[in-house]
Design a protein around this ligand. Structure first.
Ligand code: DAT
Ligand code: MG
Length: 137
């Protein structure tokens, strides 16, 4: 799977940072194959984050991701590690650990609103592309 699912979350679109996030992905040498600004409904949000449904922050996460439109994307690279390359560009989940130079490290101040989503492995990349862009799968 040389493709992965990436999303500029509501905070990124609200703050006008989607262009900069896309630029980092493209500068790296990855290519957009699909992109859509979309208002996420509860059903899609809960399916996307189903694995986190028993976490204490799940309710807040669903509220956040449905707050305003996201920019949903499929990104492609030359090898099977595209998902990992994007994860490195994103930075760590916790804002305390996100390194300078990464999107989260440079641009985010809280873990809850950390600007960007990227699939965390080949299986989740395939599943998330199928969920968000069924026409592509
Ligand atoms: P990632 O987005 O790095 O893949 P994840 O899948 O574990 O991280 O969690 C999804 C999102 O949930 C994450 O981007 C921000 C939020 N989140 C994760 N852990 C959290 C925490 N301890 N407190 C608040 N929000 C959290
Ligand atoms: Mg995740």
């Amino acid at each position: 799977m040389n493709r992965t699912f990436v999303m500029c979350k509501p905070d990124a679109v609200e703050r006008g940072l989607s262009g900069r996030i896309i630029a980092r992905i493209e500068e790296k040498g990855l290519r957009l194959v699909a992109a859509e600004l979309r208002q996420v409904d509860r059903d899609l949000a809960e399916r996307h984050y189903a694995e986190l449904s028993d976490k204490p922050f799940f309710g807040e996460l669903i509220e956040f991701i449905t707050r305003s439109p996201v920019l949903a994307m499929v990104v492609e690279g030359p090898a099977d590690n595209t998902w990992r390359l994007v994860r490195t560009l994103m930075g760590a989940t916790s804002v305390d650990d996100a390194a300078p130079g990464s999107i989260r490290g440079d641009l985010a101040t809280t873990t809850g609103e950390n600007l960007v989503h990227g699939s965390d492995g080949p299986e989740s990349a395939a599943a998330e592309i199928a969920l968000w862009f069924p026409g592509l799968a």
